[in-house]
Design a protein around this ligand. Sequence first.
Ligand code: IMP
Length: 422
Amino acid sequence: MIQLVVGSQWGDEGKGKMVDLLSQKADYAVRFHGGNNAGHTVVLNGKKHPFHLVPSGIFSKKAKAVIANGVIIDPQVLIAEMDNLEKEGVRLKNKLFISPRAHLIMPYHKALDEAYENARGKNKLGTTRRGIGPTYADKVSYNGIRVYELVNWPSFVEKFKFQAAIKNKILKLFRVEPIDINRELKIFHGYRQRLLPYVVDTFQLLQKAVDNKKNIVFEGAHGVMLDVDWSPYPYSTGSNITTGAVNTGSGVSNFAIDYVWAVVKAYLSRVGGGPLPTEIIDKNADYIREKGHEYGTTTGRPRRIGWLDLEMVKFTTRLISANRLAITRLDILTGLPKLKICIGYYLNGKKISQSECGYNEMAKLTPRYQTFSGWQEDISGATKLNQLPKNCKKYLRFIESFLKIPIKIISTGADRHDYIKA
Ligand code: IMP
């Protein structure tokens, strides 16, 4: 069985937990796009394990973890995660596999991301400053350096020197400290020694897995509303976050996928700039932010909070052909007297759909809401549907009937065991 897990909103929907859960029975857990701008948290026996590059399925005893070609890798971050995992007793040999086609995030990419953001001043996009945009830009302009080059060291040295010399000129225009080429070469040689044992042709590995009917879980990063094509650009990330990205980012055909899980957080959150039509600025937002610890896993920034926007989720679930829903963080809404769900938008008094909106329109939308009564009963850790209060079930039924996609998992807490199979 092949399953794909995608965030249907702005990221931070709780995908890490879903992937960890599904990976218990998986033979392969695969990251196929994005970089360490992603922050996926797995909570095991009360201990938090944040991942940025290593697939969240790494804790599955059975699953092999694959970083496929569509991922962009900051070697420093990847190695730190690998070191931590080994300290925790996870053996990575024959467990972790890295594609030689994956592009590397270089020090000048991070410096450029930072420099562009600072230059934008009050119009900054709010990137994670991890070098994501500049790395993908270099990839499509044939200026990227891949894991493949790390394997062939003389080729790496040649390409790195050429690129770094050009990037240093650009950094100078921004009045930013240039990259110390010789120092970085030494550092990257160390990275090479550490990473090389894990580099394999992940295309063949995954093709064989598909042929042998293995269980594969593809782990989408971020959320569809940040997709480089389908977001309110330029409030985007650098990769595609659609079902199609599985094919380009791993070589596995979309037609091989059985289940596309849309992970839907029971409310909204967003880090970074850009429009958020259902944003809540009042005490309800503070309540949700504090109760839900809504602070960025990658940057620690407080997340913006909003009501669940089903006009948006209808758009994103269609885009990814979702056929299953996982509702997360439902327990966080306990205690709020009233809840709202956005069921459409108005712009200048006329109805408008999500797909018609660029960032200018999105900033001016008036959301059309349906209001629901809240529930006061503590549902954290609930494992059966009948443990959910009536109002909570009403909220869930509305989501299901609006999107016309069945809810299969309801997450009721951070731990692996806190969920209801619906
Ligand atoms: P970048 O991906 O670092 O270039 O950042 C672009 C936008 O995407 C910013 O608003 C980030 O906060 C946002 N972003 C990127 N990755 C994630 C994620 O995994 N969760 C939430 N927001 C993200």
